[in-house]
Write a protein that binds this ligand. Structure first.
Ligand code: NAD
Length: 257
C-alpha cells in the first residue's frame, strides 16, 4: 500500500476530521497515532477499532495540545513520525469586544501554537530520514474571515503562514508542508454552533444549515471527513512531492466567491 512503513501522528483525532484523516491514512497502510487531551477507555477502544477495521497499527497517546510541553512530548512518545497532521482545534464565537481573553488564548494555543511545537519536535527525525510530510488542517477561515470568529480566523491565518515557513525551511530535503482549508464539514465543532445560530436567526435546524452555514458554500453541501482524509493521503503521496507551502481548499467553492 501507498503509505506502508510510514508513521503518522494526527493531533485531535478522537473525533471529526482528525479521526477521518487517521482512518484514511491507516487505510493507505500508515501506522497511526491518535491523540486528544482525554485518556478514556473509549479513546483506547477507538484505536483498537480502527486497527481492526484497517489492519494498520493504531495507538492512542494522550496529550493536551494547549500545552507546549505536551505537544513536544506527544512526538517523543510516538518515537517521531514521518507524517504529522496538525488538526486539533476549538472554536468560540463572539464579538471582539465581548470575546473572553482566556478563549482567545486557548484558541491560539490549540489551533496555532500546537502546530509550531509538534512541527519543531518532528522535523529533526524527518531531516534524518530525508522524508516527511506535514499537513496542517487550516480552514477557509485561514484565507478569508467571518465576523465573531476573531481568534479562530487569526489562528487559521497563522497556520497558513506557519505552513509556508515550514515548507521553505524544509524545501529540498524530501519534506513538504501544506495546509488543507476545509469549508463546513458536519463534525461536533459545527454541530455545537447550530443551536446558537437557530436562536440568533430564529430558524429551525435545516434552515440554519441551508441558509446560514451553507450559504457560504456554493456547492450547497458539507465537505466530508473522508474527503479531507483523502486529500491528506494525496499530500503524502509521491504525486504531491513537489507540492509544498501551499493551501488546498476543500470548501465547495467558498473561497472562489
Ligand atoms: P471536532 O470538535 O470534532 O474535533 C476537534 C478535535 O480536537 C477533537 O478530537 C478534540 O478532542 C481535539 N482537541 C480539542 N482540544 C484539544 C486539546 N487541548 N488537545 C488535544 N486535542 C484537542 O472538530 P473538527 O471539525 O473535526 O475539527 C478538526 C479541525 O478541522 C480543527 O482544527 C478545525 O478548526 C478544522 N476545521 C473544521 C471545519 C468544520 O467545518 N468542521 C472546517 C474547517 C476547519
Amino acid at each position: 500500500m501507498q503509505l506502508t512503513g510510514k508513521r503518522a501522528i494526527v493531533t485531535g483525532s478522537n473525533s471529526g476530521i482528525g479521526l477521518g484523516v487517521a482512518r484514511e491514512l491507516a487505510r493507505a497502510g500508515a501506522q497511526v497515532v491518535l491523540n486528544s487531551f482525554t485518556d478514556s477507555a473509549e479513546d483506547h477502544a477507538l484505536a483498537a477499532e480502527l486497527a481492526a477495521e484497517t489492519g494498520a497499527s493504531v495507538r492512542y497517546i494522550q496529550a493536551d495540545m494547549s500545552k507546549a510541553q505536551e505537544c513536544r512530548a506527544l512526538v517523543a512518545r510516538a518515537g517521531g513520525c514521518d507524517i504529522l497532521v496538525n488538526n486539533a482545534g476549538i472554536q468560540h464565537v463572539a464579538r471582539i469586544e465581548e470575546f473572553p481573553g482566556e478563549k482567545w488564548d486557548a484558541i491560539i494555543a490549540i489551533n496555532l501554537s500546537s502546530a509550531f511545537h509538534t512541527t519543531a519536535a518532528a522535523l529533526p527525525g524527518m531531516y534524518e530520514n530525508g522524508w516527511g510530510r506535514v499537513v496542517n488542517i487550516a480552514s477557509a477561515h485561514g484565507l478569508t474571515a467571518s465576523p465573531y470568529k476573531s481568534a479562530y480566523v487569526a489562528a487559521k491565518h497563522g497556520v497558513v503562514g506557519l505552513t509556508k515557513t515550514t515548507a521553505l525551511e524544509a524545501a529540498g530535503k524530501g519534506i513538504t508542508c501544506n495546509a488543507i482549508c476545509p469549508g463546513y464539514v458536519l463534525t461536533p465543532i459545527v454541530e455545537k454552533q447550530i443551536p446558537d445560530q437557530m436562536k440568533t436567526h430564529n430558524m429551525d435546524r435545516e434552515t440554519v444549515i441551508r441558509q446560514v452555514m451553507l450559504a457560504r458554500q456554493p456547492s450547497g453541501d458539507f465537505a466530508t471527513v473522508e474527503q479531507i482524509g483523502g486529500t491528506a493521503v494525496f499530500l503524502c503521496s509521491d504525486a504531491a512531492a513537489q507540492i509544498t507551502g501551499t493551501t488546498i481548499s476543500v470548501d465547495g467553492g467558498w473561497t472562489a466567491l
